[in-house]
Design a protein around this ligand. Structure first.
Ligand SMILES: [Zn+2]
Ligand SMILES: [Zn+2]
Length: 330
């Protein structure tokens, strides 16, 4: 099979011919139809995250069809369309797994990080962590739901019942979260890179009532903010933008250092918290909610061999919505 392979952090991905994976017990082999390109892929490729498998096939927003079943797989049929998310395996035994917080499992393995992912024609996955995908979404349109959507949804839940919601960084996740937030009756304020008029216009088309540069204060205090951009200096910026009792959610897996800030911007029961990974329950809830909004994803397709270009465009911030590698004819 063809795959895009990361040999070591800091190197571009290279086109490789690899043997098609075989399913072990409890696993399925999927023919990959589309795979979203997530900011986490950039962090892994840059060496910002510890312990990736090397060499590695990136990609954890995989839409595929079941090509083969391993021993012991029940309730799954060849040809079914499924999604593979970031959470690829958990231990099922630790205190986190036992308390509904499998996203925090210390032995968890993640797709496209410790497990090979979807920048390839085929991939193998544990059948217990797959999601059936809602009808009404093409393969390309469904891919960003699997991380931008799922982690975005978990971040939105972490923001509580905030009505005035700020979104810092208007990329793949925010463009989905804005639609869900509007559907829930919240008011959306979008913060982009300074003077990124296109991104601000894009945010307004998705229901943001205000859009501006991240350095600008919002027109009124926010009840919560979600930071999707990996920029630590946005934490004090967002704390200054939220009212008393407000929550600032850091949604990314990696962030540059957070600068020191005066206690008075945290005082008043403001909360700074992160969101890590996802649970299967998040996936089931969000994939049920998405078609009822309905969430519409904006995607820019790239052929598999142009994965490096997709990553470069994500790094530049010049994508509208999400980049998705297209492996099957639409
Ligand atoms: Zn565990
Ligand atoms: Zn992701």
């Amino acid at each position: 099979m063809r795959a895009m392979l990361l040999d070591a952090p800091g190197r571009p991905l290279r086109v490789a011919e690899l043997p098609r994976p075989e399913p072990g017990p409890g696993q399925v082999v999927l023919s990959v139809r589309a795979c979203g390109v997530c900011r986490t892929d950039l962090h892994i490729a840059d060496g910002d995250l510890p312990n990736p498998k090397l060499p590695l096939i990136l990609g954890h927003e995989i839409v595929g069809t079941v090509a083969a079943l391993g021993p012991g797989v029940a309730g799954m049929r060849v040809g079914a369309r499924v999604g593979v998310p970031w959470l690829g395996w958990t231990c099922g035994e630790c205190s986190f797994c036992g308390s509904g917080r499998e996203n925090l499992c210390e032995r968890a393995r993640f797709t496209g990080c410790q497990l090979d992912g979807g920048y390839a024609e085929f991939t193998v996955a544990d059948a217990r962590y797959l999601f059936p995908l809602p009808d009404g979404y093409s393969d390309l349109a469904a891919a960003p739901l699997l991380c931008a959507g799922l982690v975005g949804y978990r971040s939105l839940v972490a923001a509580g019942d905030a009505v005035r919601l700020g979104l810092y960084g208007f990329g793949a996740a925010a463009h989905i979260v804005a639609q869900v937030a509007r559907h829930q009756g919240r008011r959306v304020f979008a913060f982009t890179r300074p003077r990124d008029d296109d991104a601000q216009r894009f945010a307004r088309t998705l229901g943001a009532e205000w859009a501006g540069g991240s350095e600008a204060p919002p027109p009124e205090p926010l009840d919560a903010a979600i930071i999707f951009a990996p920029v630590g200096s946005l934490v004090p910026t967002a704390l200054r933008a939220v009212t008393r009792g407000g929550t600032v959610v850091c949604a990314g897996i990696h962030m540059s250092e957070i600068p020191a800030f005066p206690y008075e911007i945290l005082w008043g029961e403001r909360v700074v918290r992160s969101v890590a990974n996802l649970t299967r329950r998040d996936g089931a809830e969000f994939l049920k909610l998405a078609p009822s909004v309905p969430v519409r994803t904006t995607v820019e397709p790239f052929p598999l061999e142009r994965a490096n270009e997709a990553l470069a465009r994500l790094r530049q911030g010049s994508l509208r919505g999400a980049a998705v590698l297209a492996l099957a004819a639409p």
